[in-house]
Ligand binder design. Structure first.
Ligand code: F6P
Length: 518
């Protein structure tokens, strides 16, 4: 049985029509689209919960939207969404279901998810109330999350984003195999009051295992081998390896093969964040994601935010041949959102083999980059405004600040609005100063959200997760495997076994050569 549709999008009628439509509309200026349609702002805006998503400043007409929706029909997006939510094994190359949505499905929660959340609640309450004592009887005030990729980026992003909701537990993250970075982190923590949470779905990831072993040795040297039991916790699907590392069942939280690493934030992979912000806030994060799931699964496509964003991305990627997309949150707390999205988006959709095992003939995964505004305005906005590349950008902002710095917030918001306005409108050229010309017509999507609450953050993250799904379905690729990261791991291990590099020398010979430059 075919689990997902396997339609080459370029063979659809909508794709052909979009190509013709692109040729006919590619030079239309966004400024003129507004001039011709007084209702454009309303027609191309979507209200949902605390969100308002404004796509009016894109290079699209009503017909573009209709054709993109037709494309979604022709590639059977609806059927694909149903297959995902029903837990079909849509990750065919790994024979796995893709059910991160089940981690926050409050309508029919799997018993193992309920049990895990309960264990997380009890544990995080105990830690944040000061009732979890370390080996020397002191309360815990710090957690160090040891993990990489999905076992790091999501928790760190949420920890930073919800800084205002922290309850007094500090987090550190050890991800890179870079030993200097590991030691730098260890210098900042007190072993007596620190818990080390080793997060690895597979418990085979080299960086995580090497770092965990290093940290364990450091800890034993500082306290004792006996103290390890109280200070090391694991989150993993691989109980055997966890046990052989020396962590008991009681101190192990589960992960499941039906949750991909880069979508695992909602599982016990988020344990350290849960301890830092408290269980209630963690649950609100899940609730926000759940509501976005409901919206994605049930809203008609023309009002469906993730569907719209995914299709827009296809429009720019495959018809305008844009290679990158920028994400610019006007919110310093979201400064880790882009690295998080880079893994989620690029590990998912960076593929060139389609679902029929054929080599793809069109562009797939976009390159995602960005930084927070207004900082980014003083860094790369020059290129957005006057560079030769067309870069569709998402502007994310919160209409209310969390604190009382209202003046700052007004200026922050004004800057966000000003940038999308300037990018779209441009400025007529002064003949004497051609370099000061702004052509405008640079597309952007604005995501306005009432305030940065745990719930709204959950919805925002889920919005991007589902956008990734929509793109992958249209591009006819498997978004949930990551074979592309395997080769580098194999080569690194061969290098450690002294295999020669391309230039014929092995690593040691190469280092020795480099040493001569000292
Ligand atoms: O980079 C490959 C990858 O498998 C990611 O998908 C994953 O998030 C990361 O490694 C870490 O994996 P694990 O949680 O199994 O250590």
């Amino acid at each position: 049985m075919s689990l997902l549709p396997k339609i080459d999008p370029t063979t659809t009628k909508a794709w052909q029509a979009l190509q013709v439509h692109y040729e006919a509309t590619k030079d239309i200026h966004i400024k003129n689209l507004f001039a011709e349609d007084a209702n454009r702002g309303d027609d191309f805006g979507m209200f949902w919960n605390d969100f308002f998503v404004d796509i009016s400043k894109n290079r699209i007409t009503a017909q573009t939207r209709d054709l993109l929706l037709q494309l979604a029909e022709e590639v059977h997006l609806k059927q694909a969404i149903t297959a995902q939510f029903q837990g079909e094994k849509i990750n065919e190359t790994e024979n796995r279901a893709v059910l991160h949505t089940a981690l926050r499905d409050f309508s029919t929660m799997k018993p193992e998810v309920t049990a895990c959340l309960q264990k997380m609640q009890e544990f995080s309450d105990k830690v944040s109330n000061g009732n979890y004592k370390g080996a020397t009887g002191k309360a815990i005030d710090t957690l160090v999350n040891i993990g990489i990729g999905g076992s790091h980026l999501g928790p760190e992003m949420v920890y930073e984003a919800l800084a205002s909701y922290r309850k007094g537990i500090q987090l550190h993250f050890i991800s890179n195999i870079d030993g200097d970075a590991v030691q730098e982190t260890l210098r900042a923590v007190n072993p007596e009051t620190t818990l080390f949470v080793i997060v690895s779905k597979s418990f085979t990831t080299n960086e995580t295992l090497v770092n965990a072993a290093f940290v364990k040795q450091w800890f034993v040297d500082k306290l004792s081998a006996k103290a390890v039991e109280k200070h090391f916790i694991a989150v993993s699907a691989n109980r055997e390896e966890v046990a052989s590392f020396g962590i008991s069942e009681e101190k192990t939280f589960p992960m499941w093969d039906w949750v991909g690493g880069r979508f695992s934030l909602w599982s016990a992979a988020g344990l350290s964040v849960c301890c830092a912000i408290g269980y209630k806030n963690f649950e609100a994060l899940l609730q926000g994601a759940y509501e976005m799931d409901q919206h994605f699964a049930t809203a008609p496509f023309q009002e469906n935010i993730p569907v719209t964003l995914g299709l827009l991305s296809v429009w720019y990627n495959n018809f305008y041949n844009c290679e990158t997309e920028a994400v610019i949150p006007y919110c310093q707390a979201l400064h880790k959102l882009v690295p998080y999205l880079q893994q989620a988006i690029m590990e998912s959709n960076g593929k060139t083999t389609d679902r029929n095992n054929k080599k793809i003939t069109y562009q797939t995964g976009t390159i995602v980059w960005g930084a927070t505004g207004t900082n980014a305005q003083h860094a790369f906005f020059q290129l957005l405004h006057q560079g030769s590349k067309l870069i569709p950008s998402d502007f994310i902002c919160f209409t209310n600040p969390l604190g009382d710095a209202t003046k700052n917030h007004e200026i922050l918001m004004a800057n966000c609005l000003a940038q999308t306005e300037a990018l779209a409108k441009g400025k007529v050229q002064d003949a004497a100063m051609p370099y000061s010309a702004f052509s405008g017509n640079k597309p952007s999507t604005s995501v306005f959200i009432k305030s940065l609450t745990p719930k709204n953050l959950g919805s925002l993250i889920a919005m991007y997760e589902h956008k990734i799904f929509v793109q992958g379905i249209v591009w006819n690729i498997f978004s949930y495997d990551q074979w592309g990261v395997q080769l580098g791991k194999e080569v690194a291990s061969a290098i450690l076994q002294n295999e020669p590099l391309l230039h014929g020398k092995n690593a040691m010979q190469f280092y020795r050569k480099l040493k001569k430059y000292d």
